[in-house]
Design a binder for this molecule. Structure first.
Ligand SMILES: [Zn+2]
Length: 257
């Protein structure tokens, strides 16, 4: 049966001599890996369809059992060419793709996140508000994937706190901090109140309303740093590789092309 979807190319990996495995973030079904047979032979039809960032409408065969679905058609909706050509902006979007791949399990629809990501990528193309938009996307991604750090109050008593403990994934107040001081090896980070407020708004506010915020670069960098360290701590170091090998397993075992 042929299925249709629209999605963003997160990454393409060569498979064998001439084939590709392409990870798409689709609106309909979340993250899916597709098998693409001999994309170079049909280059004229596809163009840059499998470059990261490309936003396309696709058609694919759903395969039996554990085989990867086979992509048979791709029509570019928006190429994000300008975004790909600016190295810094491309790097930023790659960072968001990696993070999404790490935090969102395959085939779990995330329709709101999908549109937020496209909106973020459009901002990245127009550069000026890129860091802000990317940060808001990360906050929404953490919320949608269940990895959101708790900054609204102390993990133990609920009172205000600024010491973010990576093990707890939450802030802890000065009094409770003393109680867990025995675990002094637990890495922590002190956040400013401004950064905590900004993150809480990014987490809770409606996506469109967030455009009204004009935070300082200092606050943006502070939150960005916290998020990166938090994710690094929360997801196992080799998580990405493991997930990838697990996905590749579908193909290695059963795809015959
Ligand atoms: Zn407390």
């Amino acid at each position: 049966m042929i299925s249709k979807a629209e999605g963003i190319v997160f990454r393409s990996i060569k498979y064998g001599e001439a084939d590709l495995i392409v990870s798409f973030f689709t609106f309909e079904d979340g993250i899916i890996d597709f098998f693409v047979k001999s994309p170079r032979k049909i280059k004229s039809r596809y163009g840059s369809a499998f470059e990261p960032c490309t936003y396309s409408k696709i058609e694919y065969w759903k395969k039996e059992g554990r085989q990867l679905p086979r992509l048979i058609r791709s029509d570019i909706v928006y190429p994000f060419q300008k975004l790909r050509e600016n190295f810094d902006h491309f790097l930023k979007s790659s960072e968001l793709f990696e993070m999404t791949l790490n935090l969102v399990p395959p085939r779990l629809p995330q329709k709101e996140l999908f549109y937020m990501l496209i909106d973020t990528m459009k901002s990245l193309e127009n550069s000026s508000i890129m860091l802000k938009k990317a940060l808001f996307y990360k906050a929404k991604l953490l919320t949608a994937s269940g990895y959101v750090p708790r900054l609204s109050g102390c993990a133990i008593c609920g009172k205000e706190g600024r010491a973010f403990f990576f093990h707890e994934g939450a802030v802890v107040c000065p009094i409770c901090k003393e109680k867990i001081a025995k675990e002094a090896l637990t890495p922590k980070l002190y956040l400013s109140y401004g950064a905590i407020k900004l993150f809480e708004k990014a987490r809770v506010w409606d996506w469109k309303k967030l455009d009204r915020l004009v935070p300082s670069m200092g606050l943006l960098n502070e939150i960005d740093n916290m998020i990166d360290l938090h994710i690094k701590f929360q997801t196992e170091k080799n998580n990405k590789t493991k997930a990838f090998i697990k996905r590749m397993g579908y193909l290695i075992h059963e795809t015959t092309g």
